[in-house]
Design a binder for this molecule. Structure first.
Ligand code: G1P
Length: 298
């Protein structure tokens, strides 16, 4: 079998961000900064670290700022050049490395995550691709591979679809796609074949407590299954249901990644990410640690 390498990633960024109103009234939720980088940049950097160079954003109304963020900021660059602020210039340019290509496609109506992925089909064609949900900020282990890079390494071996999973509290199954899996085999010790996948089940009917985090590597066969599927939970075309269809045709694997997921779609998760990433930040980490120690909490 000729091995295929992952080259493209899809970022569904058309969501309304209602959980962060009023902050997201006029600006995209994916542009909310955690310390000094917007959420979407963390996701794009993660894809880049996995060797991906083609970034496809599925956007909607009010998402111009995302396109601008990954474009050249001429005025800003020439001002910084004039002022000889080289360090800032390189921070700015690092957002958009020369070998990275961005494409933007609109999702005209909010019909769900599955539908958003389908909007990118013509830019993906017949090859495997990653899907990254920027709301889920994923940090790989310190000094180790990013979560998507871990998944890409698995994909190199298995050449079939992989979803990232983590154990979630029983009371939270309604927030996730939930999978039931077979035990890993010697052939692929880090991968568990998915037996069943259900979108946001109630705790009493959930097939397990293994929840899907917002990272997927999918084969192009997924498109047909999304297209043929009627709306699911919440009246939306769900990616989870497309994956359930794909499993009738091909193996789909679950991968328990190393690292930590912050649910930046919620205020609590967003604040947790902010505090933890600020503590690790080379410029402000020490100061922030001292500050946190100095405040009285009770
Ligand atoms: C989406 C998916 C869900 C997955 C989750 C991870 O849900 O539909 O299967 O577990 O992302 O964050 P959302 O959070 O968009 O409601």
């Amino acid at each position: 079998m000729q091995k295929v390498t992952l080259k493209k990633a899809v970022f569904p960024v058309a969501g309304l961000g209602t959980r962060f109103l009023p902050a997201t009234k006029a600006s995209p939720k994916e542009m909310l900064p955690v310390v000094d980088k917007p959420l979407i940049q963390y996701a794009v950097e993660e894809a880049y670290s996995a060797g991906i160079r083609h970034m496809i954003f599925v956007t909607g109304r009010n998402k111009r700022a995302i396109e601008d963020h990954f474009d050249t900021a001429y005025e800003l660059e020439s001002e910084l050049e004039k002022a000889e602020k080289h360090a800032l210039l390189s921070v700015l340019r690092s957002v958009q490395p020369d070998d990275m290509h961005c494409a933007f496609v609109r999702q005209p109506r909010s019909l769900g995550l599955g539908h958003a992925v389908l909007c990118a089909e013509h830019l993906i064609g017949n090859e495997p691709f990653a899907v990254l949900l920027a709301d889920d900020l994923m940090m790989g282990p310190v000094g180790g591979l990013s979560v998507l890079a871990q998944m890409a390494a698995q994909f190199e071996q298995v050449q079939q679809s992989i979803v990232a999973v983590q154990e979630v509290p029983a009371a939270h199954t309604r927030r996730y796609g939930i999978v039931a899996v077979d035990a890993a085999t010697d052939a692929y010790p880090a991968l568990m074949k998915v037996q069943k996948i259900v979108e946001k089940p109630a705790p009493d009917v959930a097939p397990s407590r293994m929840g899907v985090a917002g990272r997927y590597i999918l084969t192009p066969a997924i498109f047909e299954h999304i297209r043929n599927q009627s709306s699911g939970v919440g009246g939306e075309i769900q990616l989870t249901d497309g994956i359930a269809g794909l499993m009738r045709q091909e193996n789909v694997y679950a991968f328990q990644y190393q690292g930590k997921r912050y649910d930046c779609g919620s205020k609590e998760g967003f604040l947790e990410a902010t505090v933890e990433l600020a503590l690790q930040h080379p410029e402000i980490g020490d100061h922030f640690r001292a500050y946190l120690k100095s405040i009285k909490l009770d």
